[in-house]
Design a protein around this ligand. Structure first.
Ligand code: IMP
Length: 235
């Protein structure tokens, strides 16, 4: 078990029965994020706010790869979350994101990172998209981010999406991945031409994490209230 127990809760009768281990940890506000990407951790931590401390598997003692072999974003997010839950038995979540292009039947989708090969080269990925869309007039697409949370041995799924279209050339230098060829609906510029704060505000990941944050906050508030209402029983 990784998270240290806060002494004010431990053995003092402060927590009442029935109190599930997951809620215990949730009150302590730490949650595992099944990723090895420090930029994602930083972004998600910023979006979750000070109410929760995001901990990576590496920080908790597991630094190897997390398997990701599903055929859909949902399968991948679930697989990663279950893998980490089996290792630590603590509240955790995982995400998976893809760019879905309608004219390419949803590709690159779950294969977005390695669309042009295992090198995961964003420039090559974008070139392949542009090549596969030469002469295509129907250019609608979306980023979709799926988060699976495991809490109290139950799984919860959150999804954020942002609709837009694929341009015919690259625009802008901000961001990462497919940002230079994706223009969100209602905007005159690509993700790569926007300040990062603006992108995060309207992005697929921002929306999915906002749902996760609202849910966790609700669970935490309910758990705190329940604990306050039940009579103290010394342990
Ligand atoms: P992941 O599941 O978040 O690692 O995303 C998989 C792949 O989708 C990344 O390697 C990128 O190619 C692409 N991707 C995910 N999010 C974004 C984004 O916000 N902008 C551009 N590309 C993204």
């Amino acid at each position: 078990m990784y998270f240290p127990l806060p002494c004010c809760y431990h053995g003092t009768g402060y927590l009442k029965e029935p109190f599930l281990l997951e809620l215990y940890y949730l009150l302590y506000m730490k949650i595992l994020f099944a990723t090895a990407n420090p930029h994602k951790v930083e972004e998600v931590q910023r979006l979750l706010g000070a109410a929760f401390e995001v901990v990576t598997p590496a920080q908790a003692g597991y630094a190897d790869d997390i398997p990701e072999t599903g055929d859909t974003l949902e399968q991948n997010a679930r697989q990663k979350a279950r893998f980490i839950f089996e290792k630590f038995g603590q509240p955790c979540f995982a995400d998976d994101t893809g760019l879905e292009i309608d004219a390419l039947d949803g590709a690159p989708g779950v294969y977005s990172a390695r669309y042009a090969g295992d090198a995961k080269n964003p420039a090559a990925n974008m070139q392949l998209v542009l090549q596969n869309m030469l002469g295509v007039t129907r250019r609608t697409a979306r980023f979709r981010c799926v988060i699976v949370l495991i809490l109290d041995r139950r799984e919860y799924l959150f999804e954020g999406r942002v609709e837009g279209e694929i341009l015919t050339t690259l625009h802008g230098t901000q961001g990462f991945g497919y940002d230079p060829i994706f223009r969100p609906a209602g905007y005159a510029c690509t993700f790569a031409e926007m300040p990062v704060e603006e992108k995060n505000r309207l992005s697929h990941r921002g929306k999915a994490v906002a749902q996760l944050a609202a849910f966790l906050q609700g669970v935490k508030t309910a758990a705190t209230r329940r604990n306050e209402q039940s009579p103290a029983t010394p342990r």
